[in-house]
Design a protein around this ligand. Structure first.
Ligand code: NI
Length: 333
């Protein structure tokens, strides 16, 4: 019985692109730059010490501008009322990372003390994110030693631009400081627990966007600059000139098939594809297995809500999401 079902399913998958016209088709947006265009400059905005009272506003404003950032969160801040912001940040394409459990000098701990602090932080972040992710580490105060490098188990991310936003608390001064000194490949340090820092970030984004800068997460910055960050190494910037392209949005077509639908997903650059059909966050499941050259297929029931992303790393290097609501689609057999 099981075998027969499996064979039927396989036959169904093989046939499922030759049916009637698709009920939905979205061609992924091309990410190729025009030949004459000046190469885009990449920069990572990072926010430490949250989530806090201004994080939700910041997420709203980043979404408005279609900009992705990296949040180095303090573990204990993610267990209370700001907990939902962790999952929201990841789902909206930001990167969530670790800033220890309670913002202590990790270098004052023994190896086992460091390990238990970092594990406690990962557990809190995973619990809030509703998934199991790897979190890069920014040690509080940027304080590191050889024990921490050996113990962390993830790359340490420091920064290359520090406008002392926590000290000046002046959005215009802080943003000007960054705009005057930033370079392609930089990692900018800000703190989303101060309202002036959040306002500064928005000025920085609106100004640098006009100067051919693109804002990406730390993980995406590293990949597009040709780096593979290693556990136990510390990074201050990713200034290589090996600029790879932004991860391309998948092309998705949906065909009526066997009382349900066949979803065909194609990606340009071979990035793994994640799909959910019950409306849940696609990044919480396993990637689809490939059924052809950069092509993936899934059979879904009628009335599904399909969500598709392509991602090299769901926590920080993912495409925009394609959402398809198949409720009430007219059924043509
Ligand atoms: Ni901090």
């Amino acid at each position: 019985m099981f075998k027969r079902t499996a064979v039927l399913l396989l036959a169904a998958l093989m046939l499922c692109t030759s049916g009637p016209a698709p009920v939905f088709a979205a061609k992924g947006e091309s990410t190729e730059y025009e030949d004459w265009a000046e190469p885009v400059k990449l920069v990572a905005l990072t926010f430490d010490d949250g989530p806090g009272a201004y994080t939700e506003y910041l997420l709203d404003e980043l979404a408005e501008r279609d900009v992705h950032a990296t949040f180095f969160m303090v573990g204990r801040n993610t267990t209370g009322k700001f907990k939902p912001l962790v999952e929201r940040a990841i789902m909206e394409g930001h990167q969530v990372a670790s800033h220890s459990y309670k913002h202590a000098y990790l270098t004052k701990y023994s190896a086992s003390g460091m390990k238990s602090d970092l594990e406690k932080t990962s557990t809190a972040l995973n619990d809030a994110a509703g998934g199991s992710f790897s979190y890069m580490l920014r040690p509080p105060y940027g304080a590191k030693n050889s024990t921490l490098l050996k113990t962390a188990g993830v790359p340490l991310i420091i920064w290359s631009v520090d406008p002392y936003d926590w000290k000046y608390r002046d959005a215009d001064y802080v943003s000007q400081n960054v705009i005057d000194s930033v370079k392609d490949g930089d990692i900018i340090l800000l703190h989303d627990i101060h309202q002036t820092s959040v306002e500064a970030a928005l000025i920085i984004i609106d100004t640098l966007s006009q100067m051919n800068y693109e804002f990406v997460t730390v993980t995406e910055l590293a990949r597009r600059k040709g780096y593979e960050p290693e556990a136990g190494s510390a990074y201050y910037s990713f200034r290589g000139d090996n600029a790879a392209e932004r991860i391309s949005e998948p092309s998705v077509s949906v065909f009526p098939h066997l009382g349900g639908y066949c979803v065909v997903v194609t990606v340009e650059d071979g990035a793994p594809v994640y799909l959910s059909f019950d409306g849940s966050d696609p990044s919480q499941g396993e990637p689809l297995s490939r059924t052809g050259h950069n092509r993936y297929r899934a059979l879904v029931p009628r009335d599904s809500v399909v969500r598709v992303i392509a991602a090299w790393d769901v926590n920080g290097d993912r495409s925009r999401e394609i959402d398809i609501d198949l409720h009430g689609e007219e059924w043509i057999d």
